[in-house]
Design a protein around this ligand. Structure first.
Ligand SMILES: Nc1ncnc2c1ncn2[C@@H]1O[C@H](COP(=O)(O)OP(=O)(O)OP(=O)(O)O)[C@@H](O)[C@H]1O
Length: 360
């Protein structure tokens, strides 16, 4: 297991990049702790695979270094990095049995037969395949084959890191939940450094201790699920995490007051003078519908989504979504929305601004 350091890293697929726009991965410095479970989350094209390929050794970055522990592996081939990888689609040997597939990475390294049997048994239990160990992989469903790939990725205990690239794409939804839970349990047990690439926020938030949110070639935030929810550092994080995402409205901010089109919005803390495009962001969970004072809103739709309901509305400042807690009805005549002041974040040119007074 190893700490992974990305030192002044950047990558362009062009031979002579001119500006930032030419970089698929913009300059970044990060340390990913030894034993951490990280999810790399972001929309298609944001640079997740590029970063993963640099860590795994499939790609040499055009700038900067990758360290595993203290060792510079920037130019080391994949085979020399001592990592395990699980890809989007199954990579199994059809002519081998499930047992032989799972044992392969261990036998390959000359592990003792007793250990191989014990370890394969543990992993087979975990992926729910203990009763089909002697079946040939050929003829198994794509789902089952991908479980073997996951098992193979996790069978070695001595790897520097395990990299997962959208590994649950072909797994059916029920099994997805189960495997995610198993992966998490396995992480607790063995504390491998794990990096899990996904564009699915549920997958990222349930798997990871730290979620690394990428947008347009940058890591815009690296934080716990709670941090991403409470204090999105970039408007993209606010918008991308949560269902629905954060409400973001253009505003003018003066001290502890924001003015949006149609109302004044009290803030929990004060702010220094701001420049650039100023916005406030507040999650639908911290908005409430009232008939008293507040930002005038016209409710356009109420959606039932199981445990709670989502009210969708239009204000002069833009669209606002409100999450109604379980059992709460939409009050007749309610035509204002108010925001919990201490839950309102302030942004300048998309980046969160720390309050001038009090805690950040
Ligand atoms: N081999 C390549 N040559 C040139 N450009 C590439 C190459 N691979 C990726 N890119 C570009 O680099 C950017 C980042 O792509 P990347 O595949 O890393 O994103 P991603 O977040 O993994 O997306 P997806 O989820 O769709 O795989 C994109 O603009 C993409 O078009």
């Amino acid at each position: 297991m190893a700490r992974i350091t990305l030192d002044n890293l950047a990558h362009s697929y062009l031979p002579a990049p001119k500006g930032e726009a030419d970089y698929a991965l913009k300059q970044m410095d990060h340390v990913w702790e030894d034993g951490g479970a990280y999810a790399l989350l972001g929309p298609s094209g944001c640079g997740k695979s590029t970063l993963l390929n640099i860590i795994s050794g499939l790609l040499i970055p055009s700038q900067g270094r990758v360290l595993f522990g203290d060792q510079d592996v920037t130019r080391a081939p994949t085979a020399a990095r001592n990592i395990a990888q699980v890809f989007q689609f199954p990579v199994v040997y059809d002519t081998m049995t499930v047992r032989e597939n799972l044992a392969f990475p261990l036998r390959n390294r000359g592990m003792d037969a007793g250990y191989v049997t014990r370890r394969v048994g543990e992993i087979a239990e975990m992926i729910g395949m203990a009763d089909v160990l002697d079946r040939k992989a050929r003829g198994l469903t794509a789902d089952a084959k991908q479980k073997i790939s996951l098992g193979r990725g996790m069978v070695r205990e001595d790897v520097n890191a395990i990299l997962f690239d959208e590994p649950l794409t072909v797994i059916d939804p029920h099994m997805k939940f189960e495997l995610r839970t198993q992966l998490k349990a396995l992480h607790r047990q063995f504390a491998h450094t794990m990096i899990y690439v996904t564009h699915d926020q549920t997958e990222a938030l349930t798997f990871a201790d730290k979620v690394v949110v990428m947008y347009d070639g940058r890591v815009v935030q690296m934080g716990t699920p709670q941090e991403l929810f409470d204090t999105p550092e970039h408007t993209f994080v606010g918008y991308f995490i949560g269902s629905p995402g954060m409400n973001i409205l253009d505003a003018e901010v003066s001290g502890a007051m924001a003015r949006v089109k149609g109302a004044e919005v009290p803030l929990g803390l004060g702010y220094d003078a701001l420049t650039g495009r100023v916005q406030i962001g507040v999650r639908p969970e911290f908005c409430s519908l009232t008939s008293g004072a507040g930002l005038p809103i016209r409710v356009t739709r109420v959606e039932d989504v199981g445990r709670h309901r989502i009210v969708r509305g239009e204000t002069e400042a833009g669209a606002v979504n409100i999450t109604l807690p379980e059992g709460m009805a939409v009050e007749a005549g309610a035509d204002r929305v108010v925001f919990a002041p201490e839950r309102v974040n302030v942004y300048a040119d998309d980046w969160r601004v720390r309050p001038a007074r009090g805690v950040a």
